[in-house]
Design a binder for this molecule. Structure first.
Ligand code: URA
Length: 211
């Protein structure tokens, strides 16, 4: 069986040769995602932009610089977290991804998240939020933890949108500052559930002994 690192490396190889949709035709490089594969937090954006397309790395342009700055405010470096996108090739002229492109790319992110198994998924922008929460509304749901299947999702504005709009910038930074508390809360809840399960297991054992 492949270990986590091997699984992610295999997904990366598959992404790099992917021709499942039209986007690979005009893109220079695929951008599979990168970072700490044991991270508790992953950040998921929309699709590579120009700099990402040139380098094959996620969030390395202006939006990426803001992301790194926001990360540093909560005590993280980009190497501490995992960063990816729902779409792995740049859409021409940074147009919005089309529904069939999102659909084709879906299995890659699904497998990446399955392997990393993060405590918290921070979605950057509307497209990424709607990937996990189809009826989500960014202006309403940002800064709130929402359950999506087995994942805890925390939507924030896209850093590129924050760079264009001072009100969104404030919202983006405020929501970002909430991340450490959110993480602790989810971990505590998990710990409580584990404790309750352990107790139930013990009770079962005692009953089994006829006590
Ligand atoms: N915007 C995104 O959504 N993703 C990137 O990787 C860069 C910019």
């Amino acid at each position: 069986m492949l270990n986590k690192e091997e699984v992610l490396a295999q997904i990366e190889r598959n992404v790099k040769i992917c021709q499942k949709c039209r986007l690979c035709k005009e893109a220079t490089n695929a951008v599979p995602g990168e970072g700490n594969i044991n991270a508790k937090i992953v950040f998921i954006g929309e699709a590579p932009g120009e700099t990402e397309d040139k380098t094959g790395r996620p969030f390395v342009g202006r939006a990426g610089q803001l992301l790194e700055k926001a990360l540093s405010k909560i005590g993280y470096k980009r190497e501490d977290v995992w960063i990816g996108n729902i779409i792995k090739h740049r859409p021409p002229q940074n147009r919005d991804p089309l529904p069939d492109e999102i659909e084709m790319c879906k299995p890659y992110l699904e497998m990446q998240l399955e392997a990393i198994n993060p405590v918290l998924i921070v979605t950057l922008g509307r497209f990424s939020m709607n990937y996990f929460i189809p009826d989500g509304k960014i202006s309403r749901d940002r800064g709130n933890v929402i359950r999506s299947g087995k994942y805890h999702v925390y939507p924030v504005y896209h850093p590129a949108a924050a760079l264009r709009n001072p009100t969104m910038m404030q919202g983006f930074l405020d929501d970002f500052m909430g991340i450490p508390k959110v993480l602790v809360k989810i971990e505590n809840e998990r710990e409580n559930i584990k404790d309750t399960t352990d107790l139930t297991d013990q009770d079962d054992g005692q009953l089994g002994l006829g006590i």
